[in-house]
Each structure stands twice: as C-alpha cells, then as structure tokens.
Ligand binder design. Structure first.
Ligand code: ZN
Length: 313
C-alpha cells in the first residue's frame, strides 16, 4: 500500500467524515469479518466517468474503493482535468479508462503518473463512425451494449486481480453474477424494442452515441453530431436531421443528459416529431435521479424510447 494513502489530505478528511456517517448509520454490523479493511485502507481505483465507476463497483464488491474522476452530469469527451484530479490520480492504485478515443484528455492526464492503468474496452469489436471528421474511427460508446459491458467486466476482473490477487476469486464471482444481470438487461432491451412497428424503428439523438444499442435492437440510428467534442450543431447537421425525420415520419426524437437539447428542439419545431425525452449515455444521474446505476440507465433509455415512439405513457 503506497504511503500516500495516509497523508491527511482534504479527500481523506472528507472520507473520514463519510466513514463516520456510515458507521453511525450501520452501527457495528460490518465489523464481523476478519479481513474487512476500513474504507481508508482499501486500494483506490479511479475511473474516468460515473458509468464505469458503477460497473467497476459491481466487480469490486467491498474490496476496493471506486471513484470517478468526472462527476455526474459532466461532459466527458472534452473534459479538462483539474489539479485536484491529478493529485487524486497520483495517489490512486489503479486507473480504468474506456479507451477507443473516448477520453481525449486521458493520455496527457496519465502521461506523467506512475500509476497502472487498464483500458476496459479491450477486445470489444468496434463499430466505426460513418460521418463527420470522425469517419472511420471507432465509436467509443461501446458500453451502450450490455454485451460489450460483459467484455468490460472480464477486463476489470483481470485488472483487479493483478492489483489485489488475494481477492481474485471474489472478483470473478462478482463478475459472473453481474454478467447474468447484464444478459437480462440486454434481453429486455431487445425484446422491448422488438415491439416497435417497422415504421417507428428509427432512433434520432443529439450525439451519435447509440450505434451499439441500435445494432442490438435493430434500430436505424440518426444523430445531429457524431461525438460531443464538436457539439456545436452546424446548420447542415440540423438540416440533415430534419430531412431524415420528415422522410421517415419519425414520431419522436431525443437528446442526452450531458448536452443542450436546443439543436434537437429546432428539429422538433421544423417537423411533426415531438421531443421524446432525455436519454442517458455519458453519465449516470445522482443517486436519487432516474439512472443511479448502469443497469437502470439501459432500462430507462429503453422505456423512454418505447414510450415516445409508440405514444404510450
Ligand atoms: Zn458521448
């Protein structure tokens, strides 16, 4: 365990108060197991965004402390790390990033750090972006297929087992249980969206973040811009979306929680489509919001799409 864990930083003070609160809430119930480390003693794993943190927590169980560099609601593609982020990363034991060019800031961020890091999209078969300056590059939003997240989970098990071999069996067991839940949520997504009639099988969004979900559910995908790094929708991009909606008589269109829906409202004004609601991709919600976990994110998006495209509430 690096000595940096024991420096009295702002983070550890905050953490100590969190632990104190947790102990007050739980009493002494958690002190039974002999090998239980306190929160302070657990190895720290940093992920680049909240969705990965939740996936990693499902594998970690109680053995690791998982934190996300970017906070709920943050724009993650063009994020600019703060000095506090760098300090936090320097004292972490492992950093997990999505890869596939998702985190444009990441290479520079970890360049000067002596902390192991794992790319958890490793071995995922990419879908290439087909429009804009990103043509031919892999679409980074691979987690929008729960089947891809099963691959993420395998990569996380490997990284956690290297970090903490004593608990490798627990990581594998947690992973198997979580992969069953991922399979269930995939099956739900495919079954639910299979009920959409043939003329309503188009998913129109702000960012081109739904290629993997659209593939799994056999929907046609249309977006205003390819990747959030250039989220200024050009007049040509908006016109293209308007033409698509008119031509295909798309009943509802969507935008994502981490960007402004103003460009999509222009599409709504120019067509017969209604605004179908907010979809979540690049961030979870707060714990009391609609998508505090990745599994809930997929379920929420599935239901939002179904309800808006079929007109059911
Ligand atoms: Zn995105």
């Amino acid at each position: 365990m690096p000595s940096s864990h024991f420096k009295l930083t702002t983070r550890s003070i905050t953490l100590l108060s969190t632990i104190a609160t947790a102990l007050l809430l739980t009493g002494c119930a958690s002190s039974g197991a002999k090998d239980n480390l306190s929160q302070e003693e657990k190895p720290v794993v940093l992920t680049t965004f909240t969705v990965l943190a939740d996936i990693a927590e499902n594998v970690a169980g109680d053995h690791l402390r998982i934190e996300s560099i970017t906070k709920v609601g943050a724009e993650i593609h063009g994020y600019e790390p703060t000095p506090g982020d760098i300090k936090k990363a320097a004292s972490a034991d492992l950093i997990l990033d999505n890869g596939m060019n998702l985190e444009a800031w990441f290479g520079q961020f970890v360049g000067g750090l002596n902390v192991p890091h794992a790319v958890i999209s490793d071995k995922v078969v990419p879908i290439d972006i087909s429009e804009d300056a990103y043509t031919g590059k892999p679409n980074p939003h691979a987690w929008m297929s729960p089947l891809n997240v099963q691959i993420y989970v395998d990569n996380i098990v490997e990284a956690f087992s290297d970090l903490d071999p004593a608990n490798s069996v627990a990581y594998s067991q947690n992973a198997e249980a979580y992969k069953d839940q991922l399979q269930n949520v995939h099956d739900e997504l495919v079954t639910e969206l299979s009920h959409l009639p043939p003329n309503q099988r188009a998913l129109v969004t702000c960012e081109g973040a739904f290629s993997y979900l659209a593939r799994d559910a056999t929907l046609t995908e249309k977006y205003i811009w390819a990747v959030n790094a250039e989220q200024q929708a050009t007049p040509q991009q908006i016109t293209s979306a308007i033409e698509f909606v008119k031509k295909n008589q798309v009943p509802a269109v969507f935008c994502e929680s981490t960007v402004s829906d103003a460009p999509m409202q222009q599409v709504v004004e120019a067509t017969d489509a209604k605004y179908g609601g907010t979809l979540y991709v690049d961030s979870l919600s707060e714990s009391n919001g609609p998508v505090p976990t990745y599994l809930e994110l997929i379920r929420h998006d599935t239901q939002t799409i179904i309800q808006a495209l079929t007109g059911k509430n």
